[in-house]
Design a protein around this ligand. Structure first.
Ligand SMILES: NC(=O)c1ccc[n+]([C@@H]2O[C@H](COP(=O)([O-])OP(=O)(O)OC[C@H]3O[C@@H](n4cnc5c(N)ncnc54)[C@H](O)[C@@H]3O)[C@@H](O)[C@H]2O)c1
Ligand SMILES: [Zn+2]
Length: 517
């Protein structure tokens, strides 16, 4: 499904020209919102406040409407971060860039006789660099022809990726079926060395096609295949990756590729964060959990003894490629467990996703790849929206913890062997909904609707009172606890959650009531 395409960037970067070409090639309607005839600030101040407001209103209407139009934006159209995030969520945004000399030359051509100061232009670009970087992709119009730039832009539009906005560290998450090897080859063509991290299961099944694709990059590949399992998300694995990277002559421009489940993407990302104080990395998640959760958001880590994710860093990937074809071989229990995170995500921010899972629950549970692709795309979109607003977990990101406070307690009560993480989250979700009902926040109809859905997906929805009472005692160990309380995430409606600070003693008392039925 196509979304509108917005071309962003400074005056003189070629937005109108490229947009017209892309529109002509794809048969889409072309819309000019760049009222000054291709000009922006620093060139000439012709764009009045009134015309800027009119352009903003038109942009809002285009985003609401969703028709796949090609829009040439004004240089300032997306300077407000709120509007930019809205555009990134509802459209595909491509930033055009050209060297300063080129921009000056083009602006002089458009404004004969007007004196343009390169210093002013440079500072204008510097000020706006972070805003322009928040895009699905950036295309250089300085080097090749307009036709070549239009080809690239059309291809980016076709990919319909999800953007994660993090200023200069922004990136796109691409989702498709059978797309990974070719796409990785395109993405890594210019790397000096590729450090490929995988695990034995994934590499045994899918390593051949990935290595053939990487081989086609013409750069050296240093391959580290870890034994599978959470116990290998360790400092020992990190050291092994770094030592092998050193031995292989990896340098600052090397790129780490994490090719596997959440264990591999977490440790590979952390290796990238620490190698030479940080190099680029690309995530190729191969489990549903890694696609919808672990590979998006830039949290990387290893475990330390029994402390999960105790040592880590926020380090955004350069790109994420989610190829649902890998899900065909994922062990069914892990796949099904991750569906609990999909339901969680729908409750946080996407009523349509909940409906999709409801109408296709059996197909979703059985691993239908078309359904999986849509679930992955929509889940990532919600997570990207949250992460873009709160990269470092200042507040909003806490809502992603829905179902996890009691879920973690149950997971830990079962010694991390009885319940998978997702199964525990399924139970935690039902409990959070029931608790929300008790507190007068959650409508009862949502609890029964979600409970029914989780059961249809083959996930547990009931635990024994004894297990719950035991788990209640473990709530105090929650990592997200602060002082004697924590922020508990409650569901107000499908797509609307809120947090409420609760004392541990109060929460434990509530859980005891829930255990009593
Ligand atoms: N960084 C984050 O934001 C974040 C978010 C959620 C979870 N995580 C982390 O993710 C980890 C769990 O991830 P996971 O559930 O993917 O577990 P995992 O990486 O251990 O993979 C589960 C098992 O499936 C195998 N496997 C993976 N892909 C396969 C495929 N396509 N075909 C066949 N076998 C395959 C693996 O070898 C492993 O045995 C945890 O360590 C958790 O902390 C991180
Ligand atoms: Zn989780």
């Amino acid at each position: 499904m196509r979304r509108p395409l917005l071309l962003n960037g400074p005056a003189g970067a070629g937005k109108s020209e490229v947009a017209r070409l892309v529109a002509a090639r794809t048969g889409a309607r072309f819309v000019e919102l760049n009222e000054g005839g291709g000009e922006g600030p620093g060139a000439h101040p012709t764009q009045s406040d009134r015309s800027q407001t009119a352009a903003s209103v038109r942009l809002e209407a285009l985003l609401d409407d969703g028709e796949p139009v090609v829009v040439s934006l004004g240089a300032d159209s997306l300077l407000s971060r709120g509007r930019r995030l809205r555009a990134l969520d509802s459209a595909v945004v491509v930033a055009l860039r050209a060297p300063v000399g080129e921009l000056l030359q083009r602006r002089r051509g458009l404004l004969p006789g007007v004196e343009l100061d390169p210093g002013v232009l440079e500072s204008e670009l510097e000020l706006r660099a972070g805003a322009y970087a928040e895009a699905h992709a950036t295309v250089d119009t300085g080097a090749g022809t307009v036709e070549e730039a239009a080809d690239q832009v059309a291809e980016i539009w076709r990919r319909n990726a999800v953007a994660v906005a993090a200023a200069g560290r922004s990136y796109a998450v691409e989702i498709g079926n059978g797309v990974a090897p070719r796409r990785i080859q395109q993405l890594l063509g210019a790397a000096s060395k590729i450090v490929l991290v995988s695990d034995e299961n994934v590499f045994g099944l899918h390593g051949g096609s990935m290595e053939r694709a990487l081989g086609g990059c013409g750069t050296g590949v240093c391959r580290i295949v870890l034994p599978p399992g959470e116990e290998h998300k360790s400092l020992a694995s990190l050291e092994r990756i770094l030592v092998q990277a050193l031995g292989a002559g990896a340098d600052r421009s090397s790129v780490v590729v994490g090719f596997g489940g959440g264990v591999v993407t977490d440790v590979a990302g952390f290796a990238a964060a620490t190698w030479m104080r940080g190099v680029r990395w690309v995530a190729v998640p191969t489990t549903l959990l890694a696609m919808v959760d672990a590979s998006v958001g830039g949290k990387t880590a290893v475990d330390l003894l029994t402390a999960k994710n105790a040592v880590g860093a926020f380090w955004q990937p350069d790109a994420v490629v989610c190829d649902v074809a890998y899900l065909r071989t994922e062990p069914p229990r892990g796949y099904r467990s991750a569906l609990a995170e999909v339901v969680k995500t729908a409750l946080i921010g996407d009523p349509d996703l909940l409906e999709l899972v409801e109408t296709s629950a059996e197909a979703a549970a059985q691993g239908d790849l078309a359904v999986a692709e849509e679930m992955v795309r929509r889940s990532i979109r919600v997570k990207a929206r949250v992460v873009s607003q709160d990269e470092r977990e200042g507040g909003l990101r806490a809502c992603l913890n829905l179902g996890h406070t009691l879920g973690h307690a149950l997971e830990s009560q079962g010694g991390y062997t009885q319940l998978s993480h997702g199964e525990a989250v399924s139970l935690g979700l039902v409990l959070a909904l029931r608790l929300g009902e008790r507190l007068g926040v959650t409508p009862a109809a949502i609890t029964s609707r979600v409970t029914r859905l989780l059961a249809r997906l083959g996930l547990p929805t009931e635990t024994t009172p004894a297990a719950l009472l035991d788990a209640a005692k473990l709530i105090g160990h929650d990592k997200k606890r602060s002082g004697s309380g924590l922020r508990f995430v409650l569901v107000e409606n499908v797509g609307a959650v809120c947090t409420r600070r609760m004392e541990l003693s109060e929460l434990e008392a509530q859980v005891r009531v829930l255990a009593a039925g």
